[in-house]
Design a protein around this ligand. Structure first.
Ligand SMILES: *Cc1c(COP(=O)(O)O)cnc(C)c1O
Length: 368
Protein backbone atom coordinates (compact mmCIF):
# COMPACT_ATOMS: atom_id res chain seq x y z
CA UNK A 1 0.00 0.00 0.00
CA UNK A 2 1.38 3.43 -0.99
CA UNK A 3 1.32 6.15 1.64
CA UNK A 4 -2.26 7.38 2.11
CA UNK A 5 -2.23 11.16 2.38
CA UNK A 6 -4.75 12.96 4.60
CA UNK A 7 -5.88 14.79 1.46
CA UNK A 8 -4.90 13.92 -2.10
CA UNK A 9 -5.76 16.72 -4.52
CA UNK A 10 -4.27 14.88 -7.49
CA UNK A 11 -6.88 12.17 -7.15
CA UNK A 12 -9.75 14.63 -7.39
CA UNK A 13 -8.05 16.33 -10.34
CA UNK A 14 -7.70 13.06 -12.20
CA UNK A 15 -11.43 12.37 -11.98
CA UNK A 16 -12.10 15.18 -14.49
CA UNK A 17 -8.64 16.23 -15.72
CA UNK A 18 -9.65 16.76 -19.34
CA UNK A 19 -12.46 19.14 -18.44
CA UNK A 20 -10.13 21.36 -16.37
CA UNK A 21 -7.45 21.34 -19.03
CA UNK A 22 -9.91 22.26 -21.77
CA UNK A 23 -11.35 25.16 -19.75
CA UNK A 24 -7.90 26.43 -18.73
CA UNK A 25 -6.80 26.61 -22.36
CA UNK A 26 -10.02 28.40 -23.32
CA UNK A 27 -9.42 31.07 -20.67
CA UNK A 28 -5.72 31.41 -21.53
CA UNK A 29 -6.56 31.91 -25.20
CA UNK A 30 -9.39 34.36 -24.48
CA UNK A 31 -7.03 37.25 -23.82
CA UNK A 32 -9.16 38.40 -20.83
CA UNK A 33 -7.88 37.53 -17.35
CA UNK A 34 -9.44 39.75 -14.66
CA UNK A 35 -13.15 40.45 -14.00
CA UNK A 36 -14.62 39.09 -17.18
CA UNK A 37 -17.27 36.66 -18.27
CA UNK A 38 -16.01 33.63 -16.31
CA UNK A 39 -16.23 35.53 -13.01
CA UNK A 40 -19.66 36.91 -13.89
CA UNK A 41 -21.00 33.46 -14.79
CA UNK A 42 -19.38 31.78 -11.78
CA UNK A 43 -20.92 34.37 -9.44
CA UNK A 44 -24.36 33.64 -10.88
CA UNK A 45 -23.86 29.88 -10.65
CA UNK A 46 -22.47 29.95 -7.09
CA UNK A 47 -25.31 32.18 -5.88
CA UNK A 48 -27.78 29.68 -7.38
CA UNK A 49 -25.94 26.77 -5.74
CA UNK A 50 -26.03 28.39 -2.29
CA UNK A 51 -29.49 29.87 -2.77
CA UNK A 52 -28.74 33.59 -2.40
CA UNK A 53 -29.49 36.54 -4.65
CA UNK A 54 -25.84 37.56 -5.01
CA UNK A 55 -22.32 36.24 -5.02
CA UNK A 56 -19.19 38.36 -5.39
CA UNK A 57 -15.84 36.75 -6.14
CA UNK A 58 -12.78 37.82 -4.12
CA UNK A 59 -9.17 36.67 -3.88
CA UNK A 60 -9.35 34.45 -0.77
CA UNK A 61 -11.46 33.30 2.15
CA UNK A 62 -9.62 35.61 4.53
CA UNK A 63 -10.37 38.56 2.23
CA UNK A 64 -14.05 37.56 2.20
CA UNK A 65 -14.02 37.64 6.03
CA UNK A 66 -12.16 40.88 6.73
CA UNK A 67 -13.92 42.73 3.93
CA UNK A 68 -17.26 41.57 5.38
CA UNK A 69 -16.58 43.16 8.74
CA UNK A 70 -15.17 46.28 7.05
CA UNK A 71 -18.25 46.64 4.85
CA UNK A 72 -20.58 46.06 7.83
CA UNK A 73 -18.75 48.88 9.63
CA UNK A 74 -17.42 46.68 12.43
CA UNK A 75 -13.99 47.65 13.75
CA UNK A 76 -12.19 49.39 16.60
CA UNK A 77 -14.09 49.11 19.88
CA UNK A 78 -16.51 46.47 18.58
CA UNK A 79 -16.74 42.83 19.59
CA UNK A 80 -17.48 39.80 17.40
CA UNK A 81 -18.40 36.40 18.79
CA UNK A 82 -16.57 33.40 17.34
CA UNK A 83 -16.02 29.79 18.46
CA UNK A 84 -12.92 29.17 20.56
CA UNK A 85 -11.80 26.22 18.37
CA UNK A 86 -11.94 28.24 15.11
CA UNK A 87 -9.30 28.27 12.42
CA UNK A 88 -6.97 31.24 12.89
CA UNK A 89 -8.21 32.93 9.67
CA UNK A 90 -11.67 33.35 11.23
CA UNK A 91 -10.14 35.32 14.09
CA UNK A 92 -7.87 37.34 11.82
CA UNK A 93 -10.86 38.30 9.69
CA UNK A 94 -12.27 39.97 12.80
CA UNK A 95 -9.11 41.48 14.25
CA UNK A 96 -7.74 42.89 10.96
CA UNK A 97 -10.37 45.62 11.22
CA UNK A 98 -9.44 46.38 14.81
CA UNK A 99 -12.46 44.57 16.26
CA UNK A 100 -12.03 42.22 19.22
CA UNK A 101 -12.78 38.50 18.91
CA UNK A 102 -14.83 37.15 21.83
CA UNK A 103 -14.55 33.39 22.13
CA UNK A 104 -17.43 31.03 22.86
CA UNK A 105 -16.78 27.33 23.43
CA UNK A 106 -17.76 24.63 20.90
CA UNK A 107 -20.38 21.94 21.52
CA UNK A 108 -20.23 18.18 21.00
CA UNK A 109 -20.52 18.74 17.22
CA UNK A 110 -17.22 20.69 17.20
CA UNK A 111 -19.07 23.92 16.31
CA UNK A 112 -20.09 27.09 18.15
CA UNK A 113 -22.34 26.21 21.13
CA UNK A 114 -25.31 28.49 20.49
CA UNK A 115 -26.54 28.08 24.08
CA UNK A 116 -23.41 29.86 25.34
CA UNK A 117 -23.61 32.89 23.03
CA UNK A 118 -25.89 35.12 25.09
CA UNK A 119 -23.60 35.00 28.13
CA UNK A 120 -20.83 36.48 25.93
CA UNK A 121 -22.87 39.40 24.57
CA UNK A 122 -21.93 42.87 25.85
CA UNK A 123 -22.88 46.40 24.83
CA UNK A 124 -19.97 46.28 22.39
CA UNK A 125 -21.05 43.11 20.58
CA UNK A 126 -21.85 43.82 16.92
CA UNK A 127 -21.83 40.42 15.21
CA UNK A 128 -21.64 36.66 15.43
CA UNK A 129 -19.24 34.83 13.14
CA UNK A 130 -20.79 31.37 12.65
CA UNK A 131 -17.99 29.07 11.49
CA UNK A 132 -19.36 25.87 9.94
CA UNK A 133 -16.29 23.86 10.84
CA UNK A 134 -15.31 20.52 9.23
CA UNK A 135 -18.29 20.60 6.81
CA UNK A 136 -21.06 20.67 9.39
CA UNK A 137 -23.61 23.43 10.02
CA UNK A 138 -23.91 25.43 13.23
CA UNK A 139 -27.40 25.64 14.75
CA UNK A 140 -28.49 28.54 12.55
CA UNK A 141 -32.01 28.67 14.01
CA UNK A 142 -30.70 29.53 17.48
CA UNK A 143 -27.97 31.81 16.13
CA UNK A 144 -30.36 33.82 13.93
CA UNK A 145 -32.86 34.14 16.82
CA UNK A 146 -30.18 35.43 19.19
CA UNK A 147 -28.91 37.84 16.54
CA UNK A 148 -32.37 39.21 15.93
CA UNK A 149 -33.08 39.61 19.64
CA UNK A 150 -29.81 41.52 20.27
CA UNK A 151 -29.65 43.35 16.90
CA UNK A 152 -26.44 41.66 15.83
CA UNK A 153 -25.10 41.00 12.36
CA UNK A 154 -24.40 37.40 11.34
CA UNK A 155 -21.49 36.45 9.11
CA UNK A 156 -21.15 32.78 8.17
CA UNK A 157 -17.71 31.29 7.54
CA UNK A 158 -18.48 28.55 5.02
CA UNK A 159 -14.86 27.94 3.96
CA UNK A 160 -15.20 24.29 5.01
CA UNK A 161 -18.87 23.96 4.18
CA UNK A 162 -19.62 24.04 0.47
CA UNK A 163 -23.14 22.79 -0.01
CA UNK A 164 -24.21 21.38 3.35
CA UNK A 165 -27.44 22.31 5.02
CA UNK A 166 -29.19 23.38 8.17
CA UNK A 167 -32.86 22.33 8.11
CA UNK A 168 -32.59 21.71 4.39
CA UNK A 169 -31.30 25.22 3.61
CA UNK A 170 -27.73 25.67 2.35
CA UNK A 171 -25.25 27.35 4.69
CA UNK A 172 -24.11 30.74 3.51
CA UNK A 173 -27.73 31.78 2.93
CA UNK A 174 -28.74 32.47 6.56
CA UNK A 175 -26.68 35.43 7.72
CA UNK A 176 -26.03 38.90 6.32
CA UNK A 177 -23.01 37.52 4.48
CA UNK A 178 -21.63 34.04 3.73
CA UNK A 179 -17.85 33.82 3.27
CA UNK A 180 -16.28 31.11 1.14
CA UNK A 181 -12.69 30.07 0.52
CA UNK A 182 -11.77 28.13 -2.60
CA UNK A 183 -8.28 27.29 -1.34
CA UNK A 184 -7.31 24.07 -3.19
CA UNK A 185 -8.12 21.70 -0.30
CA UNK A 186 -11.62 23.09 0.28
CA UNK A 187 -14.74 21.34 -1.02
CA UNK A 188 -14.87 23.33 -4.25
CA UNK A 189 -11.16 23.96 -4.48
CA UNK A 190 -9.50 26.29 -6.99
CA UNK A 191 -6.02 25.80 -8.46
CA UNK A 192 -4.60 28.62 -6.36
CA UNK A 193 -6.15 31.15 -3.99
CA UNK A 194 -9.76 32.24 -4.47
CA UNK A 195 -12.87 33.10 -2.45
CA UNK A 196 -16.29 34.73 -2.60
CA UNK A 197 -19.14 36.10 -0.54
CA UNK A 198 -22.85 35.36 -0.80
CA UNK A 199 -25.64 37.68 0.31
CA UNK A 200 -29.27 38.54 -0.30
CA UNK A 201 -28.56 42.25 0.10
CA UNK A 202 -28.02 44.17 -3.15
CA UNK A 203 -26.43 46.95 -1.09
CA UNK A 204 -23.83 44.64 0.48
CA UNK A 205 -23.08 42.94 -2.85
CA UNK A 206 -22.61 46.31 -4.51
CA UNK A 207 -20.23 47.47 -1.76
CA UNK A 208 -18.14 44.31 -2.26
CA UNK A 209 -17.99 44.79 -6.05
CA UNK A 210 -16.68 48.30 -5.55
CA UNK A 211 -14.41 47.58 -2.56
CA UNK A 212 -12.61 44.59 -4.15
CA UNK A 213 -11.57 46.71 -7.12
CA UNK A 214 -9.83 49.74 -5.53
CA UNK A 215 -13.15 51.23 -4.56
CA UNK A 216 -13.93 51.77 -8.21
CA UNK A 217 -17.09 51.17 -10.20
CA UNK A 218 -16.03 53.21 -13.22
CA UNK A 219 -12.37 52.95 -14.19
CA UNK A 220 -10.17 55.60 -12.51
CA UNK A 221 -13.09 56.93 -10.48
CA UNK A 222 -12.61 55.81 -6.88
CA UNK A 223 -15.57 56.12 -4.50
CA UNK A 224 -13.97 54.60 -1.40
CA UNK A 225 -10.54 53.46 -0.24
CA UNK A 226 -10.83 49.84 -1.32
CA UNK A 227 -8.38 47.06 -1.99
CA UNK A 228 -7.32 44.66 -4.72
CA UNK A 229 -9.09 41.40 -4.03
CA UNK A 230 -10.41 39.99 -7.28
CA UNK A 231 -11.23 36.48 -8.33
CA UNK A 232 -9.36 35.93 -11.59
CA UNK A 233 -10.80 34.51 -14.81
CA UNK A 234 -8.69 31.36 -14.80
CA UNK A 235 -9.77 30.35 -11.29
CA UNK A 236 -13.38 31.29 -11.99
CA UNK A 237 -13.40 29.22 -15.18
CA UNK A 238 -11.95 26.20 -13.36
CA UNK A 239 -14.33 26.67 -10.40
CA UNK A 240 -17.24 26.57 -12.85
CA UNK A 241 -16.09 23.11 -13.94
CA UNK A 242 -15.71 22.01 -10.29
CA UNK A 243 -19.16 23.30 -9.46
CA UNK A 244 -20.76 20.99 -12.02
CA UNK A 245 -19.33 18.08 -9.99
CA UNK A 246 -20.06 19.32 -6.45
CA UNK A 247 -23.00 16.98 -5.81
CA UNK A 248 -20.91 14.03 -6.92
CA UNK A 249 -17.90 15.13 -4.78
CA UNK A 250 -20.02 15.68 -1.68
CA UNK A 251 -21.90 12.37 -2.12
CA UNK A 252 -18.62 10.49 -2.43
CA UNK A 253 -17.29 11.97 0.82
CA UNK A 254 -20.56 11.16 2.58
CA UNK A 255 -20.09 7.54 1.49
CA UNK A 256 -16.53 7.40 2.83
CA UNK A 257 -17.70 8.97 6.11
CA UNK A 258 -20.48 6.38 6.38
CA UNK A 259 -17.96 3.58 6.07
CA UNK A 260 -15.75 5.14 8.77
CA UNK A 261 -18.75 5.61 11.04
CA UNK A 262 -20.12 2.10 10.48
CA UNK A 263 -16.85 0.22 10.57
CA UNK A 264 -14.48 1.97 13.00
CA UNK A 265 -15.04 0.34 16.35
CA UNK A 266 -11.99 1.05 18.45
CA UNK A 267 -13.10 1.90 22.02
CA UNK A 268 -10.29 4.47 22.33
CA UNK A 269 -11.93 6.57 19.60
CA UNK A 270 -15.00 8.80 19.64
CA UNK A 271 -16.52 9.19 16.19
CA UNK A 272 -17.91 12.52 14.95
CA UNK A 273 -21.60 13.18 15.52
CA UNK A 274 -23.84 15.00 13.08
CA UNK A 275 -26.18 17.57 14.59
CA UNK A 276 -29.88 16.70 14.24
CA UNK A 277 -31.34 18.81 11.37
CA UNK A 278 -27.89 19.29 9.83
CA UNK A 279 -25.97 17.33 7.24
CA UNK A 280 -22.24 17.25 6.69
CA UNK A 281 -20.19 17.42 3.51
CA UNK A 282 -17.31 15.94 5.53
CA UNK A 283 -14.68 18.50 4.65
CA UNK A 284 -12.86 16.66 7.43
CA UNK A 285 -13.69 13.44 9.24
CA UNK A 286 -12.55 14.41 12.72
CA UNK A 287 -12.30 11.80 15.44
CA UNK A 288 -11.68 12.56 19.10
CA UNK A 289 -9.09 10.47 20.88
CA UNK A 290 -9.20 11.57 24.52
CA UNK A 291 -6.10 9.51 25.37
CA UNK A 292 -3.16 8.51 23.15
CA UNK A 293 -4.05 10.77 20.18
CA UNK A 294 -0.39 11.41 19.36
CA UNK A 295 0.43 7.72 19.77
CA UNK A 296 -2.37 6.83 17.32
CA UNK A 297 -1.15 9.41 14.77
CA UNK A 298 2.43 8.06 15.02
CA UNK A 299 1.20 4.47 14.68
CA UNK A 300 -0.87 5.37 11.60
CA UNK A 301 2.11 7.15 10.06
CA UNK A 302 4.25 4.03 10.64
CA UNK A 303 1.51 2.16 8.77
CA UNK A 304 1.56 4.53 5.77
CA UNK A 305 -1.49 6.54 6.82
CA UNK A 306 -1.29 10.33 7.10
CA UNK A 307 -3.49 12.35 9.45
CA UNK A 308 -3.70 16.04 10.41
CA UNK A 309 -4.69 17.88 13.58
CA UNK A 310 -7.26 20.63 12.91
CA UNK A 311 -6.04 22.55 14.95
CA UNK A 312 -3.26 21.95 17.47
CA UNK A 313 -3.30 25.43 19.06
CA UNK A 314 -6.59 27.22 19.80
CA UNK A 315 -6.51 30.88 18.66
CA UNK A 316 -6.56 32.33 22.20
CA UNK A 317 -3.25 30.54 22.94
CA UNK A 318 -1.54 31.38 19.65
CA UNK A 319 1.37 33.80 19.76
CA UNK A 320 -0.45 36.12 17.35
CA UNK A 321 -3.17 36.74 19.94
CA UNK A 322 -0.97 37.02 23.03
CA UNK A 323 -2.10 40.68 23.14
CA UNK A 324 -5.61 39.56 24.09
CA UNK A 325 -4.12 38.36 27.36
CA UNK A 326 -5.58 34.85 27.56
CA UNK A 327 -3.87 31.94 29.27
CA UNK A 328 -4.17 28.15 29.27
CA UNK A 329 -7.37 27.12 31.02
CA UNK A 330 -9.44 30.07 29.77
CA UNK A 331 -11.29 27.98 27.15
CA UNK A 332 -10.96 24.43 28.45
CA UNK A 333 -13.18 22.76 25.83
CA UNK A 334 -11.25 24.24 22.89
CA UNK A 335 -8.01 23.30 24.62
CA UNK A 336 -9.22 19.76 25.21
CA UNK A 337 -10.32 19.44 21.56
CA UNK A 338 -6.91 20.68 20.38
CA UNK A 339 -5.35 17.83 22.37
CA UNK A 340 -7.68 15.08 21.14
CA UNK A 341 -8.86 15.78 17.56
CA UNK A 342 -7.45 13.93 14.56
CA UNK A 343 -8.58 14.22 10.92
CA UNK A 344 -8.56 10.94 9.00
CA UNK A 345 -7.77 10.64 5.28
CA UNK A 346 -10.73 12.00 3.30
CA UNK A 347 -10.64 12.94 -0.37
CA UNK A 348 -12.43 12.39 -3.64
CA UNK A 349 -10.94 9.51 -5.51
CA UNK A 350 -10.01 7.57 -2.32
CA UNK A 351 -10.24 3.88 -3.24
CA UNK A 352 -12.35 1.38 -1.31
CA UNK A 353 -9.18 -0.58 -0.69
CA UNK A 354 -7.59 2.48 0.93
CA UNK A 355 -10.68 3.05 3.05
CA UNK A 356 -10.69 -0.59 4.18
CA UNK A 357 -7.00 -0.40 5.05
CA UNK A 358 -7.44 2.79 7.14
CA UNK A 359 -10.39 1.23 9.01
CA UNK A 360 -8.48 -2.02 9.68
CA UNK A 361 -5.39 -0.26 10.97
CA UNK A 362 -7.42 2.02 13.25
CA UNK A 363 -9.35 -0.92 14.66
CA UNK A 364 -6.07 -2.76 15.35
CA UNK A 365 -4.58 0.16 17.31
CA UNK A 366 -3.86 -0.46 20.98
CA UNK A 367 -2.06 1.65 23.56
CA UNK A 368 1.44 0.28 24.18
C1 LIG B 1 -9.53 28.03 4.78
C2 LIG B 1 -10.31 28.78 5.77
C3 LIG B 1 -10.32 30.19 5.80
C4 LIG B 1 -9.39 31.04 4.98
O1 LIG B 1 -9.46 30.86 3.62
P1 LIG B 1 -8.23 31.29 2.68
O2 LIG B 1 -8.79 31.17 1.32
O3 LIG B 1 -7.11 30.35 2.96
O4 LIG B 1 -7.86 32.70 3.02
C5 LIG B 1 -11.17 30.81 6.68
N1 LIG B 1 -11.96 30.12 7.52
C6 LIG B 1 -11.95 28.77 7.54
C7 LIG B 1 -12.86 28.06 8.49
C8 LIG B 1 -11.11 28.06 6.69
O5 LIG B 1 -11.11 26.72 6.75
Amino acid sequence: MDFIMPNNLGRQYNLHAQEYEKRAIEVLRSGWYILGNEVKEFEKEWAAYIGTQHCVGVASGLDALWMSFRILGIGEGDEVIVCSNAYIACVMGISMNGATPVFVEPDEYDNLDADKIEAAITTKTKAILAVHLYGQACDMTKIMNIAQKHHLRVVEDCAQSHGNHWNGKTVGSFGDIGCFSFYPSKGCGAFGDAGCITTNSEEIADKFRVFRNYGSRVRYQNEVVGTNSRLDELQAGLLRVKLTHMDEFNAERVKIAQRYTNEISNPLIHLPKVRPNADSTWHQYVIHVPKYRDELAAYLKDNQIGTIIHYPIPPHLSEAYAYLGYKAGDFPIAEQYADEVLSLPMYNGMTEQEQTYVIEKINQFQHK
